[in-house]
Design a protein around this ligand. Sequence first.
Ligand SMILES: *Cc1c(COP(=O)(O)O)cnc(C)c1O
Length: 346
Amino acid sequence: MHRLTPYIPGEQPKLSHLIKLNTNENPYGPSPRVLEAIQAELSDALRLYPDPNAERLKQAIADYYGLTPAQVFVGNGSDEVLAHIFHGLFQHPAPLLFPDITYSFYPVYCGLYGIDFAAIPLADNFTLRIQDYLRPNGGIIFPNPNAPTGRLLPLADIDEVLQHNRDSAVVIDEAYIDFGGESAIALVNRYPNLLVTQTLSKARSLAGLRVGFAVGHPELIEALERIKNSFNSYPLDRLAIAGAVAAFEDRDYFERTRQAVIASREALIATLQTLDFEVLPSAANFIFVRLPAWDAAALAAALREQRVIVRHFRQPRIEQFLRITVGDPAQNAALIAALRQILAGG
Ligand SMILES: *Cc1c(COP(=O)(O)O)cnc(C)c1O
């Protein structure tokens, strides 16, 4: 056990007066219809186990994306879905491929499940070069948009990766896709080895409810169900199922809030550039930035003194960058005010 290196989540501070731009939560609350659905579920029925297959939720997700429920797997957050994927689909002699700069849970799961992996360097501008993924492998996984860079790979490039990798599982982790990308769910009917994972934690404002899902060919979904049912056959509780179904039904609220975040992102980028920040292109609800005149760790510490928390990764290649979650207009204004004060020297 001492050899395991666990994932380190971003801080969840106890102090409520902090402006929390460090873990990519949505600045807007969930849809009021989600809250109503959860309240309606608060009854004596809680003494009963939930539906082990979360059929209502699978149907709601299938309806939303034009799939069948047999193409949908659900879990307690996409982290749990990813754990089952690593456990069940990535244990091969050939290495699993993922980028060197990416979601830091991937190497953690490789350690837990004893999976050999190769971390493929991103280009200098942090783009993913698809030609690096055209070699023998025991699976491929990357987020799109990537984390923590925010950079998006066009769907045509994912299609090309799939055309050259027919025999291993290819997993696209779309935690942030609703903030500006085109989902690879459009490709699942063409590639039986493709799995696309998504979460309700980011664009649907439900990080606290813990719901994520994967879509793909029914045989891959069936494999994940076998793993899940050998581990914990009741993954989603009654409240989570009710809330998640309502989240997919309220399309208007989803559209409004995600467009608001996208608009805030563009405004925030424009303002930061006037303060001499370098900002990577982002299709996510966060931005990856660098202020050449400042050490990133020092800047994060200075921001914290101004009550704004952002994420800094002590990792080669990115230690001079900060990942900043896009807040609502008031939070973003507070960030900018804090930065102006820091840069003015006081
Ligand atoms: C946030 C995130 C997840 C996990 O989300 P859950 O809250 O566990 O659903 C997965 N992948 C990436 C890249 C993320 O940023």
